[in-house]
Write a protein that binds this ligand. Structure first.
Ligand code: UDP
Length: 235
């Protein structure tokens, strides 16, 4: 295995499956199966899941809900997704902990770095909910930050696209995929990998990112083994 401790970032939107919103049971089960495969190999797995399938702070424009309130709503949405994923993983017999950036003792533990690391060492899948616990950030930023805090070897950004392309592959047929690219090149070419806050955090801390297609069964394990799947962004 190339990586021992991973931070997997899943978007909330992906959890909606073919639907626009909500949680798709089939997709949830598929993700649990993928995660189980890597846990069985002894990999320490931490997960940050988004909330876009339920709510995003930016969506408050024109609704009478202010941005900060909306961002907290978005953070709560990530906890809902985290709870769903936790249950699904537990139904596979995995041990899990959900840790939140906002205190909510009845449903999850508060995020404490040392405790998170201890859970991982004991083989528990740790899901980080509520982003970093502050408005005006995204779960991509939470993924970068938590990955650095727990000293993960890599951030794995599981998406529906199989890597970083020269242009948007959904609109440009000539777009080609990078298998490797440096942080600098991503900046200079103006490519969209993560939001800039999240991306810069990884760059400044030398934390590699792999963007890969999470919806292809077996891909997560391949990435962890170091097989050439997706795009590796490194220094
Ligand atoms: N959010 C936030 N601070 C954080 C993480 C998330 O305010 O640290 C809010 C923000 O409104 C965001 C929403 O939670 O839009 C859901 O997260 P995100 O959009 O990153 O989810 P994804 O796009 O991955 O589904």
């Amino acid at each position: 295995m190339k990586y021992k401790r991973i931070l997997l970032k899943l978007s909330g939107e992906a959890l909606a499956g073919e639907n626009q919103t909500g949680i798709d049971a089939q997709r949830l089960e598929q993700y649990a199966q993928e995660i189980e495969k890597v846990v069985q190999e002894g990999i320490e797995v931490a997960i940050v899941i988004g909330g876009g399938n339920i709510f995003r702070g930016v969506e408050t424009v024109g609704t009478g809900i202010d941005r900060v309130q909306g961002d907290y709503m978005g953070m709560l949405a990530t906890v809902i997704n985290g709870m769903a994923l936790q249950s699904s993983l537990e139904s596979h017999g995995l041990f899990t902990r959900l840790m939140s950036g906002i205190k909510m003792e009845q449903v999850c533990e508060p995020f404490i770095k040392r405790r998170a690391v201890r859970h991982l060492e004991k083989g528990r899948v740790v899901i980080f909910g509520a982003g970093i616990g502050s408005p005006y950030f995204t779960t991509d930023s939470a993924a970068s930050l938590r990955a650095i805090e727990i000293e993960a070897d890599v951030v794995l950004k599981g998406t529906k696209v199989d890597g970083v392309y020269t242009a948007d592959p959904e609109t440009d047929l000539n777009a080609t995929r990078f298998s490797n690219i440096s942080f600098e090149e991503v900046y200079s070419k103006g490519l969209n990998v993560m939001d800039m806050t999240a991306f810069t955090l990884c760059k400044e801390n030398g934390l590699p990112i792999i963007v890969f297609d999470m919806n292809t069964p077996g891909n997560l394990l391949k990435v962890v083994k170091g097989e050439e799947v997706g795009t590796l962004i490194s220094v």
